[in-house]
Design a protein around this ligand. Structure first.
Ligand SMILES: Cc1cc2nc3c(=O)[nH]c(=O)nc-3n(C[C@H](O)[C@H](O)[C@H](O)COP(=O)(O)O)c2cc1C
Length: 196
């Protein structure tokens, strides 16, 4: 691979928040298969392969809506919003959720008896997620890593049948983008300590 291609891929990848209205399901599914395969090539210590992927079909997505709704309402309440504001916000957010072309949850294996292993496994799963998002992007599919209370809500875990020894660490929202925001980074030199 040419170094320039890699640089362009890495620097052009953005978190995508707005997706095209019309999506090609077959293309999305094929791209996701390839991206999950790329994720599986991430490094992991002791060959633990700690990542698990939960692809979300329409039935599961619909079942998640009430969970998402509850979480939005709790957030609105915490912010002191009025009933009308809460209703408007909830409708807006639920519509966005329902319109997101693709949803994928990623979990990592937990090992409470071995904190170092658990840390390394989580680090490896993050590497896998970056492989996944870059692979999607190389195929023209944008994505966004979403964290927050939906991930380890008991109802989410129940709907996905996540085993006790896994922690969901990402909801990846993906699809062909309709808007790609401009990316910037502070000067990398400020992040480097060159030691003698
Ligand atoms: C671990 C992790 C969790 C994130 N969680 C969220 C999230 O919950 N909501 C959100 O809007 N973006 C989330 N993001 C996306 C970041 O906000 C985004 O990567 C950052 O703003 C830089 O933008 P870029 O990805 O376009 O370079 C998350 C990113 C990471 C790595």
């Amino acid at each position: 691979m040419e170094a320039q291609h890699f640089k362009e891929l890495v620097e052009s990848r953005r978190s995508i928040y707005e997706f095209a209205e019309v999506q090609d399901e077959v293309r999305l599914n094929d791209s996701l298969d390839e991206a999950i395969a790329a994720a599986h090539w991430a490094p992991c210590h002791h060959r633990t392969f700690p990542w698990r992927f939960y692809t979300i079909g329409p039935t599961t997505r619909n079942a998640l809506v009430p969970v998402v709704k509850k979480i939005i309402q709790v957030k609105c309440l915490a912010k002191g919003m009025t009933d009308d504001e809460t209703k408007e916000k909830t409708e807006h957010k639920l519509q966005r959720f329902s319109k997101t072309p693709g949803l994928l949850f990623v979990s990592t294996r937990k090992s409470p008896q071995d904190p170092l292993l658990e840390e390394e496994d989580r680090d490896a799963t993050c590497c896998a997620i970056q492989n996944l998002t870059l692979s999607l992007w190389s195929q023209g599919i944008g994505s966004q890593w979403s964290s927050g209370p939906l991930l380890n809500h008991q109802e989410t875990r129940g709907l996905l049948a996540v085993p006790e020894d896994e922690e969901l660490i990402a909801l990846i929202k993906y699809g062909v983008p309709s808007r790609i925001h401009k990316g910037t980074r502070p000067d990398v030199k400020k992040f480097i300590s060159n030691l003698p």
